[in-house]
Design a protein around this ligand. Structure first.
Ligand code: SAH
Ligand code: SF4
Length: 455
């Protein structure tokens, strides 16, 4: 018979004077943030309250990212800082989970060098949190679970959302692409899609509770549907979500260019709720590097996709991810990336210097490109993008954008994102946060636009 560890932990916590507080801190991608909301939900169902302040927490979970080395260094820095806190509060439970924790070397390193950590569990063990916590609480020993499991989509686990008006909804987990630089397929496992009815039910519930923006999440959302009994692809899923009643908008992240079909853009163009923006990771503009990266498209194919998308949706906003300094990249390769940037006119780029990840194919390549060159090219890339945005953002001047406000910027300014996913600043009251308004653009920068609320 299955032991109900959630109940057992709840029972232990209920004997405390006050309910313990938990703090889950997620690093990295939106999908991690989404997983973190599930971990918080599970801790709440075990009787915890929630705090953002680690110094007040009784259970701290660091939900980690392994995609680049500096992400890992940051995590180790933060784990180190928790040592003092644990000395002051010895009853505190500290857990490290997520992508880094899926790698066995992390558990070993933490067990050896960070003895104030109580548990380490990988992405395959999220549902095991109640058992692991129970073991820590009853035996006060270090526990680790980095086993790879036949992984299913987590369904039915509670979630506590960090925001009421915008939410991430996972449509699929894992990745089968094995881009040669990327650790994700090794730490998040094989691709698996959620059943459409579960996704739709989750979206309906969020919308009924007042959520105004749904971000569909997956490492390669275009692969959605493979392996499901029902024959369904990502564009069809989008169609179904678009037809849900309610005043909300839809985004998704990320589609892989190799699987970006015309049908995807046709559905976007026909839809009322899907934002006129797409994040289409380029990584490199050099065919040679793209081949080495195992991206399975060429620069020409990428540009064909962009042309079709813009033909269907003139003014479509496009953002991307770019890696600078893949092993043995030359300046000529790099300039091909700049060429594509200039041709596409991205509204924003997320750029990274290549970081070797042990276990990936690219990490085995002897890299002759000097680090100083990579840094110089990286700076050049940022400068080129600033120029592009400077010019390209001017197209919004005088236009009316629909903006969902999400934060206070500074002084009297609040900030939000338009349907094109452009940061939009207005003078306005913080009480507008969480609401959608029409804004007329009166000024443009290379990272945002400013305007006035109309109507
Ligand atoms: N599944 C998503 C990306 C996940 S990782 C996609 O394919 O678009 C997010 C971004 O991190 C990638 O797009 C890539 O640009 C960057 N990245 C991944 N591995 C990296 C590495 N080893 N070094 C530098 N950047 C990397
Ligand atoms: Fe990594 Fe490529 Fe999968 Fe994206 S598609 S997660 S970059 S392997």
């Amino acid at each position: 018979m299955d032991i109900n560890y959630t109940e057992k932990v709840r029972e232990i916590f209920s004997r405390r004077e006050a309910p313990p507080l938990c703090c889950v801190h997620s690093y990295g991608c939106q999908q991690n943030v989404n997983d973190g909301e599930r971990l918080t939900g599970m801790l709440c169902s075990m009787g915890c309250g929630v705090t953002d302040d680690m110094t007040c927490a009784d259970v701290i979970i660091l939900n980690t990212c392994a995609v680049r080395e500096n992400a890992e260094l940051k995590v180790y820095g933060n784990i180190g800082e928790l040592k003092r806190l644990k000395e002051q509060k010895p009853h505190m439970v500290i857990g490290v989970c997520g992508c880094m924790a899926q790698e066995e070397k992390t558990a070993e390193k933490i067990k050896k060098s960070y003895r104030h950590v109580d548990m380490v569990f990988g992405t395959f063990a999220t549902a095991e949190l109640p058992r692991l916590l129970y073991e820590v609480l009853t035996e006060r020993k270090f526990v680790a679970d980095t086993a790879e499991r036949e992984n299913e989509c987590p369904e039915g686990l509670p979630m506590v959302r960090s925001c009421s008006y915008k939410a991430g909804v996972a449509v699929m987990y894992g990745c089968n692409n094995f881009c040669s630089y990327c650790i994700v397929p090794y730490v998040k496992g094989r691709e698996r899609s959620r059943k459409p009815e579960n996704i739709i039910e989750e979206v309906k519930e969020l919308v009924n509770n007042g959520c105004r923006e749904i971000m569909l999440l997956g490492q390669n959302v275009n692969s959605y549907g493979k392996g499901l009994d029902e024959k369904i692809n990502f564009p069809e899923l989008l169609r179904r979500i678009d037809s849900i009643d309610g005043d909300f908008r839809i985004r998704f992240m990320s589609p892989h260019p190799k699987d970006a079909t015309k049908e995807l853009f046709d559905v976007m163009a026909e839809s009322k709720k899907i934002c006129r923006t797409i994040h289409l990771p380029l990584q490199s503009g050099s065919d040679r590097i793209l081949r080495e990266m195992n991206r399975q498209y060429t620069a020409e194919k990428y540009m064909d996709i962009v042309s079709y998308a813009r033909k269907k949706m003139p003014g479509l906003s496009i953002t991307t991810d770019i890696i600078v300094g893949f092993p043995n990249e030359t300046y000529e390769d790099f300039t091909c990336t700049l060429d594509i940037m200039r041709a596409v006119k991205y509204d924003n780029i997320f750029s990274f210097i290549y970081s070797p990840r042990t276990g990936t194919k690219a990490a085995e390549i002897a890299d002759m490109t000097p680090a100083e060159d990579k840094s110089r090219w990286f700076r050049e890339l940022l400068a080129v993008q600033r120029e592009i945005s400077d010019e390209h953002y001017k197209r919004f001047m005088g236009r009316e954008l629909t903006v969902l406000f999400d934060s206070v910027y500074k002084e009297e300014f609040i900030s939000g994102k338009s349907d094109e996913f452009i940061i939009t600043l207005v003078k306005g009251d913080p009480s507008l946060i969480g609401s959608m308004r029409k804004v007329r653009v009166t000024k443009t920068h290379n990272w945002a636009v400013e305007g006035e609320i109309i109507g």
